[in-house]
Write a protein that binds this ligand. Structure first.
Ligand SMILES: C[S@@+](CC[C@H](N)C(=O)[O-])C[C@H]1O[C@@H](n2cnc3c(N)ncnc32)[C@H](O)[C@@H]1O
Length: 244
């Protein structure tokens, strides 16, 4: 885990996304001025928490599980002068028992996979106000029969991947209405994420890493990037905006 953080740490993003896409999703939430309470689940180092804070008047709770992320989040909020605006909670998105009042908007970018899409939708429903909104980005298949390479990669790392139409069915079966959805562009995966990881992996290899566990992390990361380069037209990340 330590090496994982060394490799993935101190990057502008921890998953596919961008300020433009966060804003696009936020603009799809009707009557944003009436939103009083937002929770950002699996917020990481706060990339999108910053956008939410700067573009709404709501009280914002930012939640992440891991020490390293919460520390980086707090220091970023200080730097951005948002410490007063955003309440930081260290905890699991799978247990929101601390939240006494429902939220008007639950936000979760490239994080719901930690507990599973359907599980998250069901669990979070009880923490949303009536008519409240849920905005979630999640990996999806773009075609029904993907090539065996991306299929093998995703089956090993996240076997729950669904097509967009199947995801829409799950959303309806969980009792939400879809307000809108859109695909994250290629640049959301590449800029500030895979581009930096590509450089970092190459640097470690050039230093002649021998540790078996480190090599495994490097190989897995390189594989993820290579699969994406070749098959990004077969899977993607989709932002879904839903009403409770
Ligand atoms: C791929 S990162 C995405 C971070 C951020 N949402 C972003 O887009 O930059 C996934 C995040 O989920 C957090 N995480 C993992 N398991 C979690 C859990 N059970 N509850 C809350 N956060 C969790 C990780 O610490 C990490 O910050």
């Amino acid at each position: 885990v330590d090496f994982f953080f060394e490799l993935y740490g101190n990057m502008p993003k921890n998953g596919p996304g961008s300020t433009e896409s966060t804003l696009k999703a936020l603009r799809m939430v009707p009557d944003i001025g009436s939103i009083k309470r937002i929770i950002d689940l699996g917020c990481g180092i706060g990339r999108h928490t910053k956008t939410l804070a700067e573009n709404t008047d709501a009280h914002i709770v930012a939640l992440d599980l891991l020490d390293e992320q919460v520390e980086a989040l707090k220091s970023n909020l200080n730097k951005w002068k948002l410490s007063e605006r955003v309440e930081v909670v260290q905890g699991s998105m799978g247990d929101l028992a601390f939240a006494k009042k429902p939220f008007d908007l639950i936000w979760s970018e490239s994080s719901i996979y930690n507990i599973g899409f359907e599980e998250g939708l069901k669990l979070w429903k009880t923490h949303l106000s009536d008519g409240g909104y849920l905005a979630v980005s999640e990996a999806v298949w773009l075609i029904d029969k993907p090539h065996e390479k991306p299929k093998a990669f995703w089956d090993q790392s996240y076997p729950h991947l669904m097509t967009v139409s199947k995801t829409l069915e799950v959303i309806a079966s969980c009792g939400y209405e879809v307000v809108g959805h859109f695909r994250l562009p290629y640049s959301d995966w590449w800029e500030g994420f895979y581009d930096l990881l590509t450089e970092r992996v190459a640097n470690y290899y050039s230093q002649g890493v021998e540790d078996k566990e480190k090599l495994e992390v490097l190989e897995q990361t390189q594989l993820e990037i290579d699969v994406f380069k070749e098959f990004h037209d077969q899977y993607g990340y989709e932002f879904f905006i839903m009403r409770n």
